[in-house]
Structure formats: C-alpha cells, structure tokens
Design a protein around this ligand. Structure first.
Ligand code: NDP
Length: 369
C-alpha cells in the first residue's frame, strides 16, 4: 500500500465532521430539555454551587433509539462509525485542539467571572494549556466538563455498537465479542444510571478543563477504551468454559467493589450516619469514612475499576498485549491519581488524614499496595 493510501483515512472528511457536530448538537439539546434529576455540585469557594441535570441515561437511550430508526431508513448505517473510525478520530482530535484553544483564550478574559470560572493562571503556557485555566467553564448554559465526559462515555458505546454491527454484517459474531460488548455495555449504562455520583468526582470538583481533560474525554475514552472491540473485529479467539467463568467472576467482583465503594462514599457524604454494611459507620475526625470498602483500602473504587477494565480485555485471550492497553493505562493513571488525591486530602484534612492513613494503611490493594 502506498503512503497516500495509508494516510488517507486520517484525512478528516465533511461527513465525519457533520457526524461529530450532529452528535454534539443532539447532546446539547437533549441535555437541556430532557427531564432529569437536578443534582447540586460541591460548594465552591464563593459559596455558590453548580446544578447538574442528570439525564444522561435518557439522552443515551433516546439517541440509540433514534440511530436505530435512522439505520432502518439508511440515514445513518449502523456500521458508519466503525467504517469511518480513523476519520472520526482525526476530526475529534482537531475539535479537541480547537476547543482547548478557545477555552484557553476565553479563560484569560474571564476576570470578572464567578469563582468557578475565574482563570487560574500559572504563567507556564504548557501547564496552563494542558491543565486548563478554568475549573467549570460554561457555554450557552452548559457545563462543558460534564458535557465532554458524557460525550466520551456515549461515544464509547456508539463505537462498540457500530463494531458489533460490523461483526454481524461480516457474519463472524463470536463469544468473545459478545462478552466484551456485554461487560463494557453494562459498565457504560451503569455509569449513566449513577451519573449523579459523577458530580462529586475528582475530575468535576478539582480538575480544570484543559487539553488533558478535553482530549481525555473526547478522544481517549471512546477510541482507546474500545481497542478490545476493534481488535476482536480482526482476530478470532476460542475461549474454554473455565476461562469464560473466570472472566465473568472478574467482572462481577470488579463491579461489586467499584459500585459498592463509590456508593458508600456518596451516601456517607449525604448522611454521615447512614449504616455501612448494616452497621454504624466508623468515622475519622467526623469527616472521613473508615468502614466498609473505605476501611479495607483508601481507594477500593480504583481496584474495582481495574478489575472491570481487566474483564473487558480477558475475552481477547492472551495471544496479544494490544487488548490489554486499557487496563495497563488505567493502572498507571489510577496510581498517579491516587498519589495526587492523597496529597490533596493530606492538605485538606491535615491530622485527620494522617489518622485515617494509620487506620487504613493500604492505598488500593490490601497487603500489596
Ligand atoms: P474518588 O471518588 O475516590 O474521590 C476522591 C475524593 O473522595 C477525595 O478527594 C476526598 O474528597 C474524598 N474521600 C477520599 N477518601 C475518603 C473517605 N475515606 N471518606 C470520605 N471521603 C473521602 O476519586 P475519583 O474521582 O478519582 O474516582 C471516582 C471513580 O471514577 C473511581 O471509581 C475511579 O475508578 C473512576 N475513574 C475512572 C477513570 C477511567 O478512566 N476509567 C478515570 C478516573 C476515575 P472530599 O474533599 O470531597 O472529601
């Protein structure tokens, strides 16, 4: 294949740009008009709070339904995303770059904005570009951080469904593809079912919106988290029954730990007296939960997420390292994030954090790390 042929899928087309734009327009409209629980965000330094309309699940189901109808009349063929994967990837990359540029320029002008939109400028251009200058920038009343992460998670499911359609079209749907689709599909639906929990996560409350988050949400999540699906499209894997059972167990345990720990913290923040596993909670300094999952390790939620990530890759077998890109990347990311969160909490809670670390010495995996 000559160089032109090799690079041509990377050249963005108007069709892929229109697909991306339609997706964003749909998300903007659906997010604003569809009913959903209004969840108050954390209290900001000026005492105000942002409100998040958690209607992601409804928006996603409606979108899948609309695309299903669209496919029926050939408006958007089900394999369109899988067919134009690289093209859409390059359009999304360009969009992320331009969106970060706009955020950077607008951020500097926002001198009189409320605390969440006031620029936090370090003066280091690379750092300000990468980490962003605003905590919660808005566009036409839409919280961009919440919007981008929603777009990324939905994009991941749309890519998966399109890969599935392509697999069916080629007549090579197999057990591994079905397992990957079920596990990752449940994870994404669960994410939107519990979308309100997102409002208290690190990304939403502590991270500014720069290239790292824009690129991470729009490009990284949908295109790299679906690597297993792309890989299975081109590779056939035969799995033994014990391997399938083990794979299901990894998913199940991962899900219980991931969802259970995130739920416990969320409920604790709302009501510090709410029982944990049927018993009164153990609380350090009146602020930190030290029972349930939060008494086993300081970030059991990361452990659960890592097991889930592994369960998405196991259907691909062990003949190649490529499908393990996502769990390996997540391991590195979560170890780094745990360190940053630890530093943040040590500064915020001071002696109370020290006491908590003495009671719960393990960071992510008890007796190992
Ligand atoms: P957490 O949800 O663990 O939030 C950390 C914050 O929780 C701390 O800053 C502190 O905030 C509070 N906290 C910490 N320990 C305690 C305690 N013992 N009791 C009460 N409050 C406590 O972190 P993330 O936002 O990073 O992660 C949320 C989920 O998202 C995780 O399950 C993670 O795996 C997942 N995730 C997935 C990624 C992916 O790429 N797939 C990327 C990043 C995260 P406060 O100041 O409010 O007390």
């Amino acid at each position: 294949m000559d160089r032109n042929n090799l690079l041509s899928p990377l050249v963005p087309s108007w069709t892929s740009a229109a697909m991306l734009l339609s997706f964003f327009v749909y998300l903007g409209i659906a997010g604003s008009v569809l009913p959903g629980k209004l969840v108050p965000g954390v209290i900001l330094s000026d005492g105000t709070r942002l409100q998040y309309r958690c209607n992601g699940l409804l928006s996603l189901l409606l979108l899948v339904l609309l695309l299903g109808f669209g496919a029926g009349i050939n408006l958007v063929p089900p394999t369109a995303i899988a067919d134009k994967g690289i093209e859409i990837l390059s359009v999304t990359f360009i969009f992320s770059f331009l969106a970060t540029l706009a955020l950077y320029v607008v951020g500097f002008k926002c001198k009189g904005c409320s605390s969440s939109m006031k620029p936090h400028v370090t003066g280091n251009i690379i750092s300000d570009w990468w980490f962003g200058v605003q905590l919660n920038p808005q566009f036409m009343g839409i919280d961009l951080k919440f919007f981008f992460v929603r777009a990324g998670m939905m994009g991941w499911l749309l890519i998966n469904l399109s890969i599935l359609a392509k697999c069916i079209q080629h007549g090579n749907l197999n057990q591994s593809m079905v397992l990957y689709q079920i596990f990752s599909g449940l994870y994404i639906l669960d994410y939107f079912f519990y979308e309100e929990f997102m409002t208290s996560t690190w990304d939403i409350i502590a991270e500014r919106l720069g290239f790292m988050l824009v690129f991470g949400d729009l490009v990284w999540i949908p295109f790299t988290f679906s690597i297993q699906g792309w890989w299975l499209l081109r590779n056939k894997v035969e799995q033994t029954t014990p391997a399938v059972i083990a794979n299901c167990l990894v998913f199940l345990i991962g899900y219980l730990v991931f969802r259970g720990s995130n739920k416990q913290k969320h409920h604790f923040k709302k009501n510090p007296k709410a029982p944990i596993w049927g018993r009164p909670p153990k609380v350090v300094g009146g602020k930190l939960l030290a029972s349930g999952y939060w008494g086993i390790a300081r970030h059991c939620n990361y452990l659960g997420d890592l097991l889930l990530a592994l369960s998405f890759s196991l259907p691909c077998g062990i003949s190649s390292a490529v499908p393990y890109f996502y769990p390996i990347y997540l391991l590195i990311l979560l170890i780094w994030r745990e360190r940053r969160d630890d530093a943040r909490c040590a500064e915020k809670y001071k002696e109370v954090w020290k006491e908590y670390c003495e009671i719960v010495p393990w960071r992510i995996l008890p007796y190992v790390y």
